[in-house]
Write a protein that binds this ligand. Structure first.
Ligand code: SAM
Length: 479
């Protein structure tokens, strides 16, 4: 049983993408990245048991102000460091270090539980002694002197989210530990900005709920976990964090089809426009000997019924993995809010028709010898848009959650913008085409795709439906 939750912290500018991709495969802990300066608060009160930091505290939070001030006796003219500079510069540096260390210790004192340990490895030097780093900085100084010089549906869902929290988020029954931290996770968050909008809404509505229930909001702190695949651009996500956010934040790389958090540690889970992505293309449709082999197609809408069945079975398996993992991670009474693009079964719809157009283009390129038939036959879209009935049945069959809200998002009548639709599809699908067929063919595929989309009659044909979003709120059952 995994009992450890490890938080990896560095500046927002750190390369978290690389860090996340380098996580040991068989690690025995849950992991999260926490962007931000350790000279400030990073974690809720009394929430940490052990802190480690090595070779980091020598980095000051900033260059001492006085050494930049032309009117100060500590102005560091023509120098970039302490060595060979007036003694006021060294004093300013040491005062800055003292202030930074005080901040570091004060904040960790708030975040650690009593009895918690901290291990620090700090590079030190005897005062006034020359060292290699200072010499290297002197050299850099010489060199420098020498040179001299992604929202709409989420917004529509906002009112349902508010209703969900006010009517169904019962703080009195939730298990909160001594830190009084409320843990929220957005699964499949991408790089923003939608995720920040959603998280702020969730916190605002919880605040309203606290007010109406007579709770002291100030006693509580929020921990928000932003999850997406390891390949997501967490660097960009972290750099886009709102400046004045009212929560502690961490990035959690990994698939939401598996476990991401310790047992009973989450209070609210949100996920929008992400569950339609399957964990994999169903195996049978790649198997030449199976009746579900999807020859010459990349999706199921115009394929034999066995292909559609394989897709829906894969979605059911993925939903079960998602719900089972959340059932372990959520506290009883915790909520899960899901925004899932759905489509009526067997209906003609513009998204499926567009995927078919893409499939035809790929087949055409294969017939011209530009890509192999083999490559086209092994390419299928790992996407599935369930029906409302399927979602309901899968949640009920899972049995861990009670359905509190299940409502379609109602869009105002909008004029279809074909180009916007094309760009949206390209944004979602280009990566898949590139990964499977290589980069050389991508532009040709999507140029043809854009032309065909513009010529296509499906956008004006009223017998074609568009995807419908379903907003579902479920509550973890008390056993
Ligand atoms: C269309 S974006 C939606 C982003 C955001 N939630 C929003 O509503 O704007 C879908 C995101 O889900 C992520 N995703 C898909 N499958 C996932 C999985 N199994 N685990 C974690 N993230 C996943 C994708 O990487 C992508 O960033």
């Amino acid at each position: 049983m995994i009992l450890f939750h490890v938080f990896f912290n560095d500046h927002v500018g750190n390369d978290f993408n690389t860090l996340f991709k380098s996580f040991p495969v068989e690690k025995k802990y849950y992991a999260a990245g926490v962007p931000g300066s350790f000279h400030g608060r990073l974690f809720p009160k009394s929430s940490l048991h052990f802190i480690h930091s090595s070779y980091a505290l020598q980095w000051l939070s900033r260059v001492p102000r006085e050494i930049l001030d032309k009117d100060s006796s500590a102005f560091n003219k023509g120098k970039i460091y302490i060595t060979n500079a007036p003694k006021e510069v060294a004093q300013a540096y040491s005062a800055q270090f003292a202030q930074d260390l005080a901040w570091f210790l004060n904040f960790r004192a708030l975040e650690l539980v009593p009895g918690g340990l901290m291990a620090l490895l700090i590079p030190c030097r005897p005062l006034n002694c020359k060292n290699k780093l200072a010499a290297a900085l002197d050299m850099l100084e010489d060199i420098l002197l020498g040179m001299a010089c992604k929202f709409k549906g989420i917004n529509l869902a906002k009112q349902i989210l508010k209703k969900a929290i006010l009517d169904h988020f019962d703080i009195g029954t939730l298990h909160l530990d001594s830190s009084h931290a409320l843990n929220i996770a957005d699964l499949g968050c991408s790089i923003g900005p939608n995720t920040f909008f959603v998280v702020e809404n969730i916190i605002e509505f919880i605040y309203l709920k606290f007010q109406s229930s007579g709770y002291d909001f100030d006693k509580f702190e929020f921990n928000v976990f932003f999850n997406d695949h390891v390949s997501n651009d967490f660097n960009t996500l972290f750099k886009s964090f709102p400046v004045e956010k009212k929560y502690y934040a961490a990035g959690v790389p990994g698939s939401f089809h598996g476990r991401l958090f310790p047992k009973s540690s989450l209070h609210f889970v949100h996920s929008s426009y992400a569950l339609q992505w399957l964990s994999r293309v169903p195996k049978e449709i790649l198997d030449k000997d199976s009746r579900a082999f999807n020859k010459g197609k990349i999706y199921f809408t115009t394929a034999p019924k066995e292909v559609a069945l394989a897709y829906s079975a894969q979605f059911a398996e993925d939903m079960a993995c998602f719900l089972n993992s959340r059932a372990v991670e959520l506290v009883p009474g915790g909520l899960v809010a899901l925004l899932i693009p759905c489509m009526p079964l067997n209906s003609k719809n513009t998204t499926a028709a567009s995927i078919d157009v893409l499939g035809d283009i790929l087949m055409d390129l294969a017939s011209k010898g530009k890509i192999s038939d083999e490559l086209v036959n092994s390419f299928n879209m790992p996407l599935y848009f369930p029906t409302t009935e399927e979602v309901k049945l899968l949640i009920e069959t899972n049995g861990n959650f009670s359905i509190e809200i299940m409502e379609p998002i109602v869009w105002p009548q909008a004029v279809i913008n074909i180009n916007a639709n094309f760009l949206h599809m390209r944004a979602g699908w280009e990566r898949l085409v590139r990964q499977h067929f290589g980069g050389d063919i991508v532009d040709e595929v999507f140029e043809q795709f854009q032309n065909k989309m513009e010529e296509s009659s499906i956008w004006k044909d009223s017998s074609y439906d568009h995807l419908k979003e379903l907003f579902v709120v479920v509550k973890m059952k008390f056993v």
